[in-house]
Design a protein around this ligand. Structure first.
Ligand code: GDP
Length: 297
């Protein structure tokens, strides 16, 4: 139900337009498709993804035998329900599961790590947060505070330490202390893009040597309020280091929920969770079917 509320602004932006389209009488004509295109663009689905989505919808309407506007809602609903790839379950042959958290500064990465740690704690897992963003002393301090709040362990070194060394030693510590899950924070300074991507690749290499299969997944955090920037960050990180899953933050209070559709269509990446607030409970698993319902009612 929280997802419905989180998507309220997005729905608001779309609903008048969609309502008018669904309420039309007559055929799915050129004017209908033009208006639909405009709606998607306005909801931050993105130009490229909108084109693909419209193609999908046209062929789906054909295969469903829907030719009139009045029945288009069924077509859109079916498309949205099937649009989102499901997150793959990572193969963890021996604990701990190591999750590398990546994303640009300010998107909500620290908060998301805390939220994920909190969820895992509720499931009874022993969680270690590793402070791999050694570039910002504040990031390390924030993580320490969150770890205390959610009941997770923290592994940190001094500001300026080698992030790959932090990753290596954190997993070493987790192996010795019997942790189930390591959530590794990483830097998100985008102004030195090339160095950052090299740093992330080095962390991945080091982790893989230290512990079989690690990192078991790389989770990219993006901020829904940044609209099209979220889509370009996805492209950037996915091409440079590979992304397994997305967490979309700050969906509460933004009308840019269409970003999710863009991520699913343009990058074929699963969205595992959405952030719906600043508190540790404000993280919801994302389910495509719920999204369709929340959006279309
Ligand atoms: P980081 O720089 O990526 O680590 O970002 P932080 O985790 O420090 O978050 C930046 C700001 O966004 C903070 O004020 C958070 O409270 C806020 N924030 C994070 N996630 C959400 C969310 O899902 N909804 C809202 N409304 N705010 C969020």
């Amino acid at each position: 139900q929280k997802l419905t509320r989180g998507l309220a602004k997005t729905r608001e932006r779309l609903s008048a337009g969609l309502g008018a389209l669904f309420g039309r009488t007559g055929e799915l004509d050129a004017a209908f498709w033009d208006e639909l295109e405009e709606l998607f663009i306005m909801a931050d689905v993105g130009a490229e993804a909108t084109r693909k989505l419209l193609d999908n919808l046209r062929s789906r309407a054909r295969s469903m035998g829907v030719t009139e506007a009045a029945r288009f809602r069924e077509v859109l609903s079916a498309e949205l329900e099937e649009l989102f790839p499901l997150p793959k379950k990572p193969k963890v042959t021996a604990p701990p599961e190591v999750v590398m958290m990546i994303g640009v500064n300010g998107v909500g990465k620290t908060t998301t790590i805390a939220k994920l740690a909190y969820r895992a704690r509720l499931q009874g897992r022993k969680v270690l947060i590793a402070a791999g963003d050694t570039f910002r002393a504040a990031a390390i301090d924030q993580l320490k505070i969150w770890a205390g709040r959610v009941g997770a362990g923290i592994f940190a070194k001094a500001e300026g330490a080698d992030p790959a060394a932090v990753a290596f030693e954190a997993v070493d510590h987790a192996l010795k202390e019997g942790y189930d899950l390591v959530l590794l924070d990483t830097a998100g300074r985008l102004h030195t893009k090339v160095n950052l991507m090299e740093e992330l690749r080095k962390i991945k290499r080091v982790l893989d040597k230290k512990h079989s299969g690690a990192p078991h997944k790389s989770v990219l955090v993006i901020d829904a309020t940044t609209g099209q920037n979220a889509l370009s960050q996805t492209k950037l990180f996915n091409e440079a280091v590979g992304v397994d899953e997305i967490v979309l933050t700050k969906l509460d209070g933004t009308a840019k929920g269409g970003v999710m559709v863009g991520v699913a269509i343009s990058h074929k990446l699963p969205i595992s969770f959405v952030g719906l607030g600043e508190k540790m409970e404000d993280l919801r698993p994302f389910v495509g079917e719920d999204f369709a319902k929340a959006l279309l009612g």
